[in-house]
Design a protein. Structure first.
Length: 619
């Protein structure tokens, strides 16, 4: 019997059983309205935001304990993370709204993160453990006005956990599980995740120290007959200290070191390829409040290093970057929220010679929140680059909210531009470099609605149209050039969430993406996700996940032709139980429950049915 049919039947049976019981013991809820920050840098109620911001809460992260950050983000609308369903260590690309990884920006605690030594300059999501995260906000569309280069299709804004309010607290998370393919269901333990955190507050001093590691073995990176084992291991340590000089002035410093070792294979070819990567980050954040305003400073210095030993020989890639963002927030008359700031970036990498560039961007943004439903978000940024000169971007984001005591209906629209600077490899690298490159340009038009009720129902639908020009590609001599052809991507994102009772929640989304001018490698035209959570009793909860990924193209590098990969559906199930009230939880999870055989990236391994067991201890 078709596995997709079985999956749909399983969904129907689970939903039917849950809703039958929830109707018996349902209690009407009055939901507090969610606050979002990322689209304006102000804490605004969702109804006053001109975007449909995706928010991943601490509760959702805990329900997904044992899963990677890429796996969790991949369940959200408009996003496809290639490699997230395969062996740890596979190359990840955050493809949003038909764009590439370099067009999605990752921010951690207010500071952009990117690796200037890599060709794509993407931040590797394997470097961050979900156990250390408090929440994630994702805004899609052009957002360079507030966030600068690379914020063309999405901004993934990550906030790490804050220190406990008492003197000392500890958190220990650990999980073990299988790591196997659909063809080899051996049920040997090959997946291990651990995290230890100690934090607290001593009068005006806050502190946190944490360590995490992840280890995966038992699976080959490439789908070849030899089926040898490729091991992935990750270690991370973080320290943060903060001091509150007064109610209006605080400062904090942090340090981070992350290492991962990755054995990998080239597509269709096994080889003893090994990559060792390390990231070191130090930074400072400070906030000064005055009257109706505040000044914010975020600065960080990062070093990246990667050593590879593979069939092409030994290679070393090193890079570093300095990021400084300082801005002033001020509210006029409780209606006008203003931001004026300046952003500084200096990227450096070593090729045959050392290369670097600097970016200095002044920017301003204005948010107007009326008392009759109109909301307006607009702003501009002047990009000043040491190599190509100046470039201006802007955004205009109006919305109108029809609200009453039961909820609201919001109509929104947006027109915004963004840019992606050519990276150091493209400008000054050893192969195909071109110092005359111009920045890539993106324009995004959006329109949509969002419906929300205080009983816990939220439904949104957004149409987007994205134009991309000056895309950086290659000529016949493999030199980097700005391609003359334009790329157009448009589509529809539908999201629904519902929490009708204290025991039940439902989250669902669907994404349609159409791309012209690009072959849309690894980007599905249709994608859908469903998550259902139910509190079976006071101490036990059940979570069910269904994910559908439609057909898409991938490149067969043995013939340099594109082939179509079949669609697939995956089911997941987890059960959590509170063993000791407010102290210790345990969970049991199953991924790819029906052991579906499928291809995510041509030539690379995907995982079959896998089980994991873990615990979360709070002291």
């Amino acid at each position: 019997m078709n596995k997709n049919y079985l999956g749909v039947c399983a969904v129907i049976l689970v939903v039917k059983g849950i809703f039958a019981q929830s109707q018996q013991d349902s209690i009407p809820l009055h939901q507090l309205q969610e606050v979002v920050v990322s689209d304006s840098k102000f804490g605004l109620k969702r109804e006053n935001s001109g975007k449909t911001v995706i928010k991943i809460t601490r509760e959702e992260l805990e329900r997904n304990q044992g899963r990677t950050l890429a796996e969790i983000i991949n369940t959200k609308s408009g996003i496809e993370i290639a490699g997230s369903r395969g062996r740890d260590g596979n190359v990840l690309g955050v493809f949003t709204r038909g764009g590439r990884g370099r067009q999605a920006l990752v921010i951690i605690d207010g500071v952009r993160v990117s690796d200037p030594s890599t060709f794509s300059q993407e931040y590797d999501l394997r470097l961050l453990s979900p156990a250390l995260i408090e929440s994630i906000e994702i805004i899609k569309g052009a957002a360079s006005t507030l966030y600068g280069t690379n914020a063309a299709t999405a901004v993934i804004n990550i906030s790490t956990k804050k220190s406990a309010s008492h003197k000392i607290a500890a958190n220990i998370q650990s999980s073990i599980g299988t790591n196997q393919t659909a063809e080899d269901q051996n049920y040997n333990l090959g997946a291990f995740n651990n995290m230890v955190s100690v934090n607290g507050t001593l009068k005006k001093l806050t502190y946190s120290v944490d360590f995490s590691n992840r280890y995966k073995s038992g699976v080959s990176a490439a789908t070849t007959p030899e089926n040898e084992e490729d091991i992935f291991s990750n270690y991370s340590a973080n320290v943060r200290l903060g001091y509150e000089f007064s109610q209006d002035f605080d400062i904090s410093v942090f340090g981070n070191q992350t290492k991962f070792n990755n054995e990998y294979d080239a597509s269709f070819a096994e080889a003893p390829n090994v990559s060792n990567s390390e990231q070191k980050r130090v930074g400072l954040a400070s906030n000064v409040a005055y009257g109706k305003g505040s000044i914010h400073l975020n600065v960080a210095f990062s070093e990246y290093g990667t050593d590879t030993n593979d069939t092409f020989g030994e290679s070393t890639f090193t890079g570093e970057n300095l990021v400084l963002d300082v801005y002033n927030k001020y509210i006029f008359g409780d209606r006008w929220h203003t931001i004026v700031g300046i952003n500084y970036i200096k990227d450096k990498a070593v090729f045959s010679d050392q290369a670097d560039f600097t970016i200095v961007d002044p920017y301003a943004n204005l948010v107007y929140v009326s008392d009759f439903g109109l909301n307006l978000n607009l702003g501009g940024r002047l990009n000043n680059h040491s190599e190509y000169g100046n470039h201006f971007v802007y955004n205009l984001n109006p919305s109108y909210t029809f609200s009453n005591e039961k909820g609201y209906l919001k109509v929104l629209g947006s027109f915004a531009t963004s840019y992606i600077t050519p990276n150091l490899t493209q400008l000054f690298g050893d192969f195909g470099a071109n110092p005359d490159l111009e920045p890539e340009e993106n324009r995004t038009l959006e329109g949509g609605i969002e419906f929300y009720t205080n009983s816990g129902l939220r439904i949104s639908a957004v149409y987007f149209d994205r134009n991309e020009k000056n895309t950086i590609g290659f000529d016949q001599d493999f030199m980097s050039i700005n391609v003359s052809e334009e790329i157009n991507a448009n589509g529809l994102e539908i999201e629904a969430s519902w929490k009708p009772t204290a025991k039940l929640f439902v989250d669902a989304n669907y994404t349609f993406t159409e791309i012209n001018g690009d072959n849309a490698i690894r980007i599905p035209k249709h994608k859908a996700n469903l998550s259902i959570g139910y509190q079976l009793c006071d101490k036990t909860n059940l979570n069910f996940i269904y994910a559908y990924t439609g057909s898409r193209l991938d490149t067969d590098f043995s013939t340099f032709t594109n082939v179509t990969l079949d669609s697939f559906s995956l089911l997941g199930l987890s059960i959590g139980h509170e063993l000791i009230p407010d102290k210790m939880d345990i969970f049991l999870g199953a991924e790819n429950l029906l052991n579906e055989e499928y291809i995510e990236i041509l030539g690379f391994t995907t995982l079959g049915r896998n089980l994991r067991f873990g615990m979360n201890l709070k002291l």
